[in-house]
Write a protein that binds this ligand. Structure first.
Ligand code: AMP
Length: 214
């Protein structure tokens, strides 16, 4: 099964993709996570990508498409949930061609619809455990004990450098101008299923699950 989760930054794609991956035994492929790994590794690609990510722009289609294609090959037919990809019409077209060439089929394209005014607040409060990666939010999902990770007990946390208000605004512009145009692309193919992405995480997950199980 291959599923795409679409939506603006802060819509909850990463959180929901992680749950979907666990529930349905899929592999979560997040291009943002792959790029952050390159940044941490200090590779040439990571250095180049960091400048673009910190400015809230999009990394070149050629790089992203190459990265995803080789990752899909390495999974040898396992189910996949795509999170943060495709982000441009060129990426969506390349994905279609790549799946065709590999003899794979896209099953669901799920759009998380969210109130854009809520996104700046959602992104501004995000943090994660530096050790196990568990995600939290200052207001919406703080740790149970102040400063201690619920999952692994670590006391070290990190915030994404691109979650500051200025970069968030640029990321939202990139979404509106370059990513939102792929919605009609999937709509025309009859593949797009939109759901309300606001409200409780569990409730949003139930809506996504309903589509994946249909
Ligand atoms: P994300 O973790 O999905 O919010 O991605 C973080 C940043 O990585 C984005 O703001 C972009 O700069 C870059 N990025 C992630 N995925 C893509 C993609 N599919 N195409 C271009 N840039 C991407």
């Amino acid at each position: 099964m291959i599923v795409i989760l679409l939506g603006p930054p802060g819509a909850g794609k990463g959180t929901q993709a992680e749950r979907l991956a666990k529930t349905f035994g899929l592999v979560q492929l997040s291009t943002g996570d792959m790029l952050r790994e390159e940044v941490r590794g200090g590779t040439d690609l990571g250095k180049e990508a960091k400048k673009i990510m910190d400015a809230g722009g999009l990394v070149s289609d050629a790089i992203i498409i190459g990265m995803i294609s080789s990752r899909i090959d390495s999974l040898k037919g396992k189910g996949i949930i795509l999170d943060g990809f495709p982000r441009t019409t060129a990426q969506a077209e390349a994905l279609d061609k790549m799946l065709d060439d590999k003899g794979l089929k896209l099953d669901h394209v799920i759009q998380l619809k969210v109130d854009e005014d809520a996104l700046v607040e959602r992104l501004g409060g995000r943090f994660a455990c530096a050790k196990c990666g568990a995600g939290y939010h200052d207001t919406f999902s703080p740790t149970k004990q102040d400063g201690v990770c619920d999952r692994c007990g670590s006391t070290e946390f990190s915030r994404r450098s691109d979650d500051n208000p200025q970069t968030v605004r640029s990321r939202l512009v990139a979404y509106r101008e370059q990513t939102a145009p792929i919605l009609p692309y999937y709509e025309k193919k009859g593949a797009l299923k939109a759901i309300d992405g606001m409200g409780e995480m569990d409730e949003v997950f139930r809506r996504i699950r309903g589509i994946v199980e249909s």
